[in-house]
Design a protein around this ligand. Structure first.
Ligand code: FES
Length: 105
């Protein structure tokens, strides 16, 4: 049964920002681009670094790992550049009543 969990309020994040939230037993990076929110696993699949500390590339819907520069697709979690070769998980996001929720399957 999927769970919808509130992580923050919409106005607590500015466009272009990424923040890590601890949700159940995992760290999830929430990224805001315009008024759309994305959620991906926060831990880079290459080594143990936090993607939310990297750079959001809004025009390509990517986030760049701060350590070695792999970029990850915000919709699929797939890496688009080396050295990472494995995807990170992606999660559905719901926005309602000014709150951002992430859906955990
Ligand atoms: S730790 Fe992310 S690309 Fe190496």
């Amino acid at each position: 049964m999927p769970k919808s969990i509130v992580v923050c309020k919409v106005d607590e994040m500015r466009p272009g920002q990424a923040r890590c939230f601890s949700v159940l037993d995992r760290n999830i990076s929430i990224i805001r681009i315009g008024d759309v929110f994305y959620a991906i696993g926060d831990t880079c699949s290459h080594q143990n670094y936090s993607l939310s500390e990297g750079t959001v590339i809004a025009e390509d819907l990517e986030i760049e790992c701060p350590k070695h520069g792999s970029t990850f697709d915000l919709l699929t979690g797939e890496p688009r550049s080396l050295p990472a070769t494995k995807p990170v998980p992606v999660y559905a996001v719901e926005v309602a009543s000014g709150e951002v929720k992430v859906v955990i399957e």
